[in-house]
Design a protein around this ligand. Sequence first.
Ligand code: T4K
Length: 374
Amino acid sequence: MEPFEKPIMVTRPLFPDLERYYAQLESVWESKWLSNNGPKHKELEAKLKSYIKATNISLFNNGTIALMVAVQSLRLQGEVITTPFTFPATTHVLAWNNITPVFCDIHPERLTIDPQKIESLITAKTTAILATHVYGIPCHVEEIQDIANRHGLKVIYDAAHAFTTEYKGRPIAEYGDISMFSFHPTKLFHTGEGGALVYNDPNLKERIEYLKNFGIKNEEEVILPGINGKMGELQASLGLEVIELVLEEQEKRRKIRKGYIDLLASVKTVVPLLMPSDTTNSYQYFCVRIESSTTPGDRRNKIFDALKVNNVFSRKYFYPLVSEYPCYKGSPTSSSGNLKEATEVSNEVLCLPFYGDLSFEDQKAIVRIIEDAS
Ligand code: T4K
């Protein structure tokens, strides 16, 4: 088989019709307003609020700053129990807030933080649990809330992958104190760069809004050390058009997901990750687990390399574990002995190309490469 002529990437951002984006920009030009809670920002915030059924929402310039502000808004300090199987940003926001990340192993099926292993990590310094709905798979939200209630802890969810996800009939962000969504171009819904916090307590709104705008109360009063987390009008304008494309994209991705599952049925060592029951899939990623043969990750890496040679760029989200980064490796909870499941999983996962315009012919060719290499 010849390699693909054009590279096939793990994802492709949604691009609205340029004419429609121009129309949005025309009104920005007329308004002479580019940032600081402008009309497009307000419109997008209201639209997203109802789209993802949020009780309270604040938009941000990216998901990482949003998460930074979430941690600050809840006044977290000391230690926070978190997952090592995530994107670096989840843990880095703790480090940037002078908080010690305490790594907890993950559940073997959901790949999210294992609630059974959280309690033994709680100390007098623990203030919260920061968990990731990885690939949009919901954490064990009820068990986590139960632990948090018993120990007086806050709960933050990194919901970067869970746009529109619902669990047990409730929007995912109804669980926990605050959830963060990322609107990076690699995300299903995006604003070029962007993010949001969604939270249940309306009293948090004021503090979050100050924190994302330097703590400015008025022209003469700055009441806390805030940061610049504001989403601008160009980002919001893009979001207003991209949001119109999300439903159709999800439907296309639903079919692509089914296509992969059917095609991969004959490849016994490559197993698609499934959503738990009672979950609506956001269709952010399509990931498989590939059993190792003789050494950890050998078969996964062989498939990854074979795809690359053929101009297909899958991604090992998330290898290595965050706990393996030099900045966290020395910490007491980063040893692989405590993180057995996470270590195994990170050696076995692979995210395959997944976006609405991927053709079935391309999918068949991708699976053929996987089959030959496995
Ligand atoms: N928490 C979690 C769980 C996250 O996954 C993320 C972000 C965050 C927090 C932080 O949220 P933000 O602060 O980013 O809002 C990408 C993204 O940069 C990152 O946002 C995302 N997670 C992560 C999972 O993926 P890379 O290093 O894989 O990006 P990159 O540039 O290699 O892009 C991946 C592929 O996407 C490319 O091969 C091609 C395609 N692509 C990408 C861009 C940027 C395009 O086709 N067009 C584009 O404009 O991290």
